[in-house]
Design a protein around this ligand. Structure first.
Ligand code: HEC
Length: 329
């Protein structure tokens, strides 16, 4: 996608978001808010099919009376969807046992012709999606209708990868719906799903991962913010593999030009069957590293961040550097 098209897409996402929030504001302004509540009259009760081949009615079975997270994706998408799926996977982990009980997660394909239940099931296995999060397919026209009703349809989409990559969090019972982006930090999504959107007390929150276990952050270094929002869904530096490899030492282990190009266009390198890229791809469960549309400056910042963080982690292991965030008196 050219820079201009990307900019246009971001603009369209923003415009769609404004439209939705405008609609929600209007609802909020109505005194009889219950009458204006979004109900089955608003949401179509069309049939969808899950990864196990079971039919679910969109209104009755998917959203009615529930707190939900819904996103639209397709399995052959190489740029934004893997990031989105990886972020949702983090979210699922943090929600723990609440998934499938207090919060229901759904990913709906925008490419139903290709994404049959079996294809969705294989995708879930690849991303190690746990229980309580369903992947749904169905008829294209039904799925498009759902996207329209959720304010997630972009009228001038001319290829699948133009689809809106944001996702929706909502409570059908209270009629609260909001859009989030894959760049929101998981903590804020958890707080929304288990806090703001729930109307009844949830019992002890102790089961949740606490803020204390969130990755430690020292003062902002160039590239750090980018790494935390774009990369940590799949990578760590020195804490082991996630969906992608541990990046400790990667900057010195790889040829610099290879690394820079990889960060710029991993999708193209995989398409060209670059031998190292293919070896990594095979090793990491064939999850493709997404093209994150990074600018040259971002790439340089990320490289210096990964390098510096590697140094810090190694020094820490030798006991000669304080933990990040540990204040020394
Ligand atoms: C959706 C998950 C995902 C995200 C997000 C992601 N990566 Fe990756 N990354 C991978 C996977 C998987 C691989 C292994 C190659 C493959 O399967 O395509 C990889 C490979 C790499 C490699 C090569 C490792 C090596 O040993 O040479 C680097 C470097 C890298 N990623 C850096 C990043 C950076 C920096 C970011 C954020 C800007 C990022 N990745 C975001 C999944 C991801």
């Amino acid at each position: 996608m050219s820079r201009n098209r990307y900019a246009a897409r971001i603009w369209r996402l923003t415009a769609a978001r404004l439209l939705l929030s405008g609609a929600l504001l209007l609802l909020g302004a109505t005194p009889t808010i219950t009458a204006a509540r979004l109900t089955s009259d608003h949401f179509p009760n069309v049939p969808l099919i899950n990864q196990d081949g079971e039919t679910l009615q969109f209104y009755d079975d998917v959203i009615k009376g529930k707190v939900v997270s819904i996103n639209f994706m397709f399995t052959s998408c190489g740029d934004s969807c893997p990031l989105e799926t990886a972020k949702l996977r983090e979210l699922q982990k943090r929600l723990g046992e609440h998934v499938g009980k207090d919060v229901f997660m759904y990913s709906i394909t925008v490419d139903p012709a290709r994404d049959t239940p079996a294809v969705l099931k294989a995708y879930m296995e690849k991303f190690e999606v746990g229980p309580g999060w369903q992947f749904l397919t169905g008829k294209k026209k039904d799925i498009d209708l759902i996207r329209r009703k959720l304010g997630m349809y972009l009228e001038d989409e001319d290829e699948l990868s133009d689809h809106n990559i944001n996702f929706i969090l909502g409570n059908e019972r209270t009629g609260q719906w909001m859009k989030k982006t894959p760049f929101d930090v998981p903590e804020s999504l958890v707080a929304t799903l288990l806090g703001r959107l729930q109307k009844r007390p949830l019992g002890p929150m102790a089961k949740l991962d606490s803020y204390a276990n969130a990755p430690t952050v020292s003062r902002a270094r160039p590239g750090e913010e980018l790494f935390l929002t774009r990369c940590t869904a799949c990578h760590t530096i020195g804490q082991g593999d996630k969906l992608g490899p541990d990046l400790l030492g990667v900057v010195s282990n790889r040829d610099r030009l290879w690394l820079m190009r990889w960060l710029q266009e991993p999708d193209l390198m995989l398409a060209e069957k670059d031998p190292l890229a293919m070896a990594l791809y095979t090793k990491y469960n064939k999850v493709p590293m997404p093209n994150l549309k990074l600018e040259s400056k971002d790439i340089l910042d990320l490289i210096s961040y990964m390098q510096e963080e590697t140094r810090r982690v190694r020094a820490m292991a030798l006991g000669i550097a304080p933990r990040a965030n540990t204040l020394k008196r």
